[in-house]
Structure formats: structure tokens, C-alpha cells
Design a protein around this ligand. Sequence first.
Ligand code: PMP
Ligand code: GLN
Length: 383
Amino acid sequence: LVARMQGFGETIFAEMSALAVSTESINLGQGFPDTDGPQAMLDVAVDAIRSGLNQYPPGPGLPELREAVAAQRLDRYGLSYDPAAEVFVTVGATEGIASAVLALAGPGDEVVVFEPYYDSYAAVIALAGARRRAVTLRPVDGRFTFDPDELRAAVGPATRAILVNSPHNPSGTVFTRAELEVIADVCREHDLVAVTDEVYEYLTFDDAEHVPLATLDGMRERTVSVSSAGKTFSATGWKTGWVTAPAPYVRAVQTVKQFLTFTASAPYQRAAAYALGGETQWVEELRKGLQGKRDRLIAGLEAAGFVTYRPQGTYFVQADIRPLGFTDGMELARALPAKAGVVAVPTQVFYDDAEAGAHFVRFAFCKRDEVIDEAVERLARLR
Ligand code: PMP
Ligand code: GLN
């Protein structure tokens, strides 16, 4: 293994999902729903295969999906993108983010991330030969946020880009307009490109609202926005994502992506195009359902003795393990299947600042109610 990938090993999701299988535990680790997306969308994918949409689609993606993405960005956020030049289909959001980072940063460059960060960010920054600078999100009044001065201090002459994930995995924070303004200020002042990870864009709770960074003044021209169908339509295994950005950035992303995978799976693109245009009501039901599941899991975790942080979005709850007498989230996550028959993800692996993340584990609530109930019943035995 090359030097720049030393230390990456197996992802925590692979390790913990394998542990869930081998111990027959309830898997509240890796974030994937245990029910399917809208039936009509599944039918479109099946029909696409049966009707012969089985060869390479165009590298930038099927025109119908690029048009659907452009229409979605316009209708939902008032952002206008040319589907032919400014929308680009990728193998999940992961490949969009990877292609953007590889296109924008190289040896000697720095990329700013907010920690805890989604694990692929660190790996792809390393693959690019660039350095990451992490700004820590810390709980303030029950919600994870950052200190604007720490963000400003993380940016220097070598900074090329900043990676912004909102709604944020694993903290559940949905950045407010005020927080995004701070980020936008820094980007404008230092001439940085923002790469946004918006995969949970529809999955916000209570009165939290997802505001794309590109909608802020002067940001559309310097933002590469990334999203995917996985979370919005409960189809994480379809790996169908997209990038929207000004044409020069899309060309840069395309230059990289075409040599990673060339193109993305055709039938799922058709189904995602259908769902983006036709299943907004279904997604609204999903969102409401998830909000209830969030509250259900939090009530159970609190009853079991964890201190939790109520997320404004995503699939996940961060739980502080110290009230139960534990101090090391990794140790607890590895022991939890034997102790309680439940799998969680230790969020310390998403921090550079080991201390800041040591005592958190992440639980996913994108599961059927009876699964959540059984899990919290088991976790109650930890005391
Ligand atoms: N970003 C975040 C924050 C995620 O939680 C995930 C995991 N689903 C992804 C990206 C990956 O998305 P995709 O499966 O579309 O590549
Ligand atoms: N995004 C999912 C999570 O955070 C997992 C994706 C993966 O397995 N890489 O749980």
C-alpha cells in the first residue's frame, strides 16, 4: 500500500457492519434504511433494465437525470444550472466529492474540513497528496457548532478548498444561515472553492431548513455542490449521485471522474430522474417518519443512560457514553455487540482531535420502529 494511504485500513462502516453480521446484533452503525424507497421508482429501474437501458450511458450522465437535477435545484432553492454544462452525474456523492477534491487539490495544498468528518473526506484528501485541516464542531447548548475564529485560523495561503457537509453526518447539525455566512465570508476573502456534501438535503427536522451554500451571495460561482439519491429515496445501494457547479469546475471534475469510473450505472439514473421529479410527497413522508424515529431512539438512549444531542437532520444521533461509566467510544463500540447485541459507530475515527471525539458513539435511527425498540431495550441492560 502506498505511503499516502497508510493508516486508512478498513472503513469503520465495513468493520462494524461485519461485526453486526457475525454477532447477529442489531445494526445501528452504518447508515442505511431497512425499508425500500418509493415503489414507482423501483419499477422505473426494473423497467429500464427490461427495456434495454443496459449499456454505457454518456459520461456526464443521462440527459434526463441532468435535467431533473437542474429542475430540482431551481424549484427547491432558486439555483439555476445548465443541465448540459453544469450538472454532472457521479457514482454516488462519494465519487463526486472524490473527483472534486482530486481536481482541486494536490501536493502542497490544504483542504479544510469540519470534524467529525465523513471518513471518505480524509482518505481522498490523502489520495490527492494534499493536507487536511480540521475545524472541530463542539456541542454548545445541545447542538454541534464551530468557532468562527477556529475556522479563520485553519485557512492559510495553502488552502484551496473547504468541504462543507450540511446536514452534517455524524453530528446531525444543519448549518444555519448565519453559520453559512461565516463560511462564505472565509471563502470569498481567501478565494476558496467550497465543495458541499448535501446528501441529507431533504432529511431535516423541526424547523431546521437546508440552505445550500451556493445560494449565498457570491457563492454559486465558487461552489461545487454534491448530492445523491441514496438518502433522499432510501436507495443507498444504487450509488447514484450528482455534482452541480459552474462549467469550468464541472469540466475539472469530469476530467478526474472519467478515469475513475467513466460513467455511472444507467438504469438507476433513469429511476433517480423519475424520483426527483415525481416523488416529493414520498420524501416528505420519509422525513416526517424519520423525525419520529429520531425522537423514539433518543428517548430510548436517554432512558438507557446516554446523553444525546438531538440532530436537526440526517439519520444519526451522537451519544455521550460517559454517564454510563465508559470513556473510549472505540472500545465500547467493539464491546457493544457482546454486551448488548447492538452495533454503533465510534465517532472518534472521524476526528483528528482524538480528545474531542473519544467519548461519542453514533447510533442510526433510519430503521423500522420495532428494530429501534428492540435495540434500546437491549441497551437498557448496559447500566
Ligand atoms: N456524504 C455523507 C455525509 C454521507 O453520510 C454519505 C453516506 N451515505 C455519503 C456522502 C455517501 O453518499 P453516496 O452513497 O451517495 O456516495
Ligand atoms: N454514509 C453511511 C454512514 O455514515 C455509510 C456509508 C458507507 O458505508 N461508507 O453510515
